[in-house]
Design a binder for this molecule. Structure first.
Ligand SMILES: O=c1ccn([C@@H]2O[C@H](COP(=O)(O)OP(=O)(O)O[C@H]3O[C@H](CO)[C@@H](O)[C@H](O)[C@H]3O)[C@@H](O)[C@H]2O)c(=O)[nH]1
Length: 450
């Protein structure tokens, strides 16, 4: 699709202040900017994105009134509910100020908000502006969140059954243990969030960072239930020129290290920006990696091992033993890493961005979901798409050693790599001219000429 001028007005983006949500929102912003929209990102003070990563956008912070105690509690559901009640007024005031300051040909024409920040929809209505939802998880996740609510209404206790291997009625690929339970906060908070997120009646459309080729039937089912149009535009990071929107500093030295490793020989390990892993499991992980005798690039986020600043719990003799065979960093340029020819596998928590990024580069996965939608993604990667193997239990060295060798050495891993390459090709077709995401973008742009 060629670039269009003149500009179509200003779109306000409202990202949820976590890395896995900021990334797809800013990628979407880049896509819209390349099609003639001016972009303003209105964000919370908490976890604010780095404006220098996108000099073509305008950034405006609004007060979020989160206390230090709330932030450090890690209780995501409570933080999100607080953001939704604290941010509506400052957000409205910010847009009103923008309207007073801007020229009339650059007025705000639309608000696009993360599904978790539904306050933006109420504010948009108050300001008489159209709003669009961005969904940053999979379509199956949406189906299964709604299923949790329905099961609850029918008298089941999904929290009690959260380790059950039984299949979920009407979602036959999933077991109860794959449902996207939140480990944060009380169930009632979680159910309230779900109810708000999927009440779409007052918005104009839903943009979804997923692809028809991955989730066609779930998307069709979602569209049947949804009174507004759904536009699957994934993978968004491939639609836009990749510019980093990292909240943490990326250690680019690991790319030089990868350059020295043979093709498909390195297992990349990362659990995303939120999940943590306890000290015992980290040590098990280390010894599992050591005895697998495979090369690895391991992201250990500072603070992600509770009680430690960084990798203090890793035994000294492990670090000596792996020597040149392993590289440990605090944060990596993940998309570049996954695209590197030396990377042959991804040990992932299966956050939706990581899953899409792995698929986009044809890299098979060892799936170790930690919470929420990661369980659904891990199940789909392993059981439905055949591009990964899932670790079902607490991390234990023998199981890790076996999994690493199955993926990186055995013919089973080769087969998953073949499957992953096929999905990569399908994803590439989605965003090319005539592909489903490409066509959906065209339709979205028509709708956005409000
Ligand atoms: O060293 C690293 C590690 C990660 N990333 C990036 O960080 C993002 C991580 O996103 P994701 O894989 O989705 O994981 P989380 O950070 O855990 O994301 C949260 O948000 C996602 C989208 O809603 C959900 O799917 C997850 O379950 C939820 O934890 C990705 O774009 C990665 O490329 C880096 O750039 N460098």
């Amino acid at each position: 699709m060629g670039k269009q001028t003149p500009r179509h007005g200003r779109v306000v983006l409202v990202p949820c202040p976590y890395q896995g949500h900021i990334n797809p929102m800013l990628h979407l912003g880049t896509v819209l900017h390349s099609h003639g929209f001016s972009i303003t990102v209105i964000h919370t003070e908490f976890n604010s994105p780095n404006p220098s990563s996108h000099p073509e956008f305008t950034f405006q912070a609004i007060p979020d009134s989160l206390s230090d105690d709330q932030i450090s509690s890690g209780n995501l559901a409570a933080i999100l509910l607080a953001l939704n009640s604290n941010c509506k007024t400052p957000f409205q005031e910010c847009i009103t100020r923008m309207a007073q300051q801007k020229m009339s040909d650059d007025k705000v024409t639309c608000i696009i908000y993360d599904e978790l920040l539904y306050f933006a929809e109420a504010a948009a209505r108050h300001l008489k502006l159209p709003s669009i939802i961005l969904r940053t998880t999979s379509a199956v996740t949406a189906q299964s969140r709604v299923a949790i609510r329905q099961l609850k209404e029918e008298g089941w206790d999904p929290w009690k059954d959260s380790m059950s291997q039984d299949r979920v009625p009407n979602l036959h690929s999933l077991r109860f243990k794959d449902l996207p339970f939140s480990i944060f906060g009380v169930p009632d908070n979680f159910l309230e969030l779900i109810a708000q997120m999927y009440d779409v009646r007052k918005s104009s459309a839903v943009i979804w960072n997923t692809m028809d080729c991955l989730e066609q039937s779930s998307l069709e089912q979602q569209q049947q239930r949804c009174p507004i149009p759904i536009f699957p535009l994934g993978p968004l990071h491939k639609f836009a020129p990749v510019s980093s929107s990292s909240l943490l500093n990326e250690d680019t030295g690991c790319i030089a290290w990868l350059d020295k490793q043979p093709c498909n020989s390195v297992l990349y390990i990362s659990l995303g920006s939120v999940a943590s892993i306890d000290e015992t499991e980290v040590v098990e992980m280390a010894w599992g990696l050591a005895s697998s005798r495979q090369r690895f690039l391991w992201v250990v986020r500072p603070g992600s091992i509770p009680g430690s600043e960084w990798i203090e719990p890793l035994p000294e003799d492990f670090r000596e033993l792996v020597g040149e065979r392993g590289c440990i960093v605090k944060w990596a340029p993940q998309k570049e890493v996954l695209a590197h020819s030396a990377v042959g596998g991804f040990f992932s928590h299966c956050g939706w961005n990581s899953t899409l990024e792995s698929i986009s580069e044809g890299v098979p996965m060892i799936c170790k979901p930690c919470f929420g939608d990661q369980r659904v993604n891990a199940r789909y990667a392993s059981y439905v798409w055949g591009i990964g193997l899932q670790l079902e239990n607490k991390l234990e060295r023998k199981e890790i050693e076996r999994a690493v060798r199955r993926l990186m050495v055995d013919s089973e891993g080769e087969e998953m790599r073949r499957q992953a390459k096929k999905l990569k090709e399908k994803a590439e077709i989605c965003i090319k001219e005539g592909g489903s995401s490409y066509n959906n973008l065209k339709k979205l742009l028509e709708l956005m000429s409000f």
